[in-house]
Ligand binder design. Sequence first.
Ligand code: MOS
Length: 736
Amino acid sequence: MKFDTPAGANPTDRMQVLGKPLDRYEARLKTTGTATYAYEYKDVAPNAAYGYILGAAIAKGRITAIDTTLTEAAPGVIGVVTYRNAGKPGVGKFYVQKMLAAPEVDHYHQPVAVVVAETFEQARAASALIRVDYARTDGRYDLAAQKGSAPVPPQGEFGGPNEKRVGDFEPAFAAAAVKVDETYTVPDQAHAMMEPHATIAKWDGERVTCWTSIQQMNWGTRDLGLILGIPKANVRLISPFIGGGFGGKGTVQMDLALAAISARVVGRPVKIALQRPIMFNTTIHRPKTIQRVMLGAGRDGRLTAIGHESWSGNLPGGRTEPTVASTRTFYAGPNRLTRMRLATLDLAEGNAMRAPGEAPGLMALEIAMDELAEKLGMDPVQLRVVNDTQVDPEDPSKPFSTRPFIQCLREGAEQFGWDRRNAKPGQVREGRWLIGMGMAGAIRAGKIAKSGARARLDGKGIITIEADMTDIGTGSYTVVQQTAAEMMGVAPDSIVVKLGDSTFPETPGSGGQQGAPSVTAGVYAACVKLREAVAQRLGFNSAEVDFSDGRVKSGNRSVPLADAAKGGDLLVEDVMEFDKLKDQFQQQTFGAHFAEVAVDAYTGVVRVRRALAVCAAGRILNAKTARSQVIGGITMGIGAALMEEMAIDQRFGFFVNHDLAGYEVPVHADVPHLDAFFIDEVDPTISPVKAKGVGELGLTGVAPAIANAIYNATGVRVREYPITLDKHLEGLPAIA
Ligand code: MOS
């Protein structure tokens, strides 16, 4: 089915099942510990051996010798895989990092060897017996030091052009009545998802099957095929349950590549989990950015010049962190310059993490807006209202498909009690606590992509939906179930959902908050076909048929849906494809974030007291899972604002705090009462289901709202994330 004109009325508008706060489809499995995660399969490869990865002890240089004699003689060892016997692993398309040091070492903890043994303990113990000699060379680990020589790279596949101009920025900025010109930094951050990367790989001739933990099956089969040098069709990935990914499991990581390579070398299935301490330096991360934001406005607050220049670093061939993406679409203003520069760094690869681009970009832009509001003597909410636009500010021929941003701002301000905020910082105290309120706007692309699904109706009236979509803890199973139930007019428990198998029809998977809108559009297409097949089988004229209450009705005739499959199951498959609407409309999601903090005037400790998000993302498919996505996003925003940072050892070039003891993320005690509300809207330009993603929207804008609240509390402006107490302690107002 092709989606090329805005959707009219259709069965999803009934909202009898869709939109409801249904419990998770797989809730019972997860809460009873019976959902099978990648490392837990017992029966699929009973003779699987255990692989243990030894990471490089240097960050840059080469291996001069590897002696594995003692390792090979160690108890239980089956084989040792290094670049000498691994074949020549290729490189996937989305991640550019090499899976094995060969013999050049590109970054610290790049895999040097996989020890394969009968047990995990034997593999780990034997890995300590490998002797590796290295020739170490100097590397580049400091973005600030490389900043001066970082070029504007040619346009990449993601994030748009690296430099873009509209109007004439420099003179407009020079002439602006009120200006902000500040530089902000967001550090290297780790996904730190709950479930470590893990894979069981099993070969059958030229074909490999991997039980793994991956967000995007289509990229995964493509990239593993490239790495192994086999056709994509010879790769099968199975990943029904995933303990979080946040972009870190977008496609093939070392566990998957090296389990498949090791299994090929030793001739047995191999299972590998990345030990937590190796994940931070081995896999991808969100790369540090240095961002200069220049805002010029008239006294009325209208932006006349918007400039955003950003620096990030990566391994050769890696991409820029697309921080300026949201600056290009968020606010009106005639003169604009956005530019991204990319340094070469010898750290692990920087790549997609938790709203890549928008999340770190707004961490800079939305503080700058707060600074501008203060200079103007204008309320920060009002500053955003006066700079709203209903057309793409860089391409006025493109209207926003929906943009209820002002509504988000106003409803948020109202619900949060924003009128109680004292605009003058450092004024509100409760005992030793300095109290502040802050806000920020949020914008995140409302993406959608080609998505397939298969539907089977059986004689009991059960409809089974299959798609290679994944559920990374987001609720994919549940929204698929709801969409199919709504389309077919049956109760949700008549729908069986099967996801996470690359042999199912292709979807874009979980990433870029496009999973739910895309997969439900594919399910819509398959269900339209199933309705036609049912009507035909039952002898109805399909144009006049109503599907409801588990029955098929037309005129006076009403037949149980199950009757259509009496003579054999009905099986259909379709793909929803998207045409030009993406080019005709600027499709985005919007939000307004509000936060209240308390800062201990003696110690500088920051506590977030409450936070509120008001979001607009088209039709909300499930009130509970969508709210959970946003609550989770706010929690990540608390981490980004206050805690998350990978510290680099500049001598030896590695992330020092490479475990969950040293890399801090919010725990329950850090997370106060959070509220999330959605604007009641649909977006008919997105798909017939009219829904956009919410997950990454929930995160973008949170950290700057907290940063602005801290400033409001203390009067000390910190422009370097995370805002740890050492950065404002000296400047805190003295209290008696
Ligand atoms: Mo996301 S960082 O697009 O999984």
